[in-house]
Design a protein around this ligand. Structure first.
Ligand SMILES: Nc1ncnc2c1ncn2[C@@H]1O[C@H](COP(=O)(O)OP(=O)(O)O)[C@@H](O)[C@H]1O
Ligand SMILES: [Mg+2]
Length: 141
């Protein structure tokens, strides 16, 4: 992965990060997998909220830290939102049925995707969010 060939965007509020999620959602196709990377508080969940809005998913995304998977239907594509933060092994993710979602008819977005890289397909699109000063975040995709 050549980092400098990727698009880089800076946001300065949670709303701007969500807006980028909305913008990118327009390009999502069935079966796409987006792997989100960034430390706690980077803005991954806000980004996914924007993706859900962009797809027109009816329900609001809440932080899936405790639930691992949120599923949003009713939009242009189903959205499968995983958060691997609390998982201890890739096997646990597979036991949740991750692969069936990846092969499914929706967009799968995975927070903490770098925890268990082997369980992600090689066609996953990696999206990195870096904390900057204050509310500044740098997003590479
Ligand atoms: N530019 C920004 N983009 C996203 N979140 C921001 C930004 N600036 C400040 N924040 C704050 O950072 C936190 C991001 O939280 P969250 O989206 O849950 O992060 P993560 O899922 O990566 O842990 C929130 O408290 C949000 O208000
Ligand atoms: Mg989160």
């Amino acid at each position: 992965m050549e980092e400098d060939e990727r698009i880089q965007r800076t946001t300065r509020s949670p709303q701007e990060t969500a807006a980028l999620g909305r913008e990118l959602a327009a390009r999502a196709a069935a079966g796409d997998v987006w792997a989100l990377v960034g430390e706690l508080g980077a803005g991954k969940t806000h980004f996914v909220q924007g993706v859900a809005e962009g797809l027109g998913a009816a329900s609001q995304v809440t932080s899936p830290t405790f639930t691992l998977l949120h599923e949003y239907t009713g939009g242009r594509l189903p959205l499968y939102h995983f958060d691997l933060y609390r998982l201890r092994s890739g096997e646990e993710a597979l036991a949740l049925g991750l692969e069936e979602y990846l092969d499914g008819d929706g967009l799968t977005v995975i927070e903490w995707a770098d925890k268990f890289p082997p369980i992600l397909p090689e066609y996953a699109r990696w999206i990195a969010i870096e904390l900057g000063e204050g509310d500044e975040r740098t997003i590479r995709y």
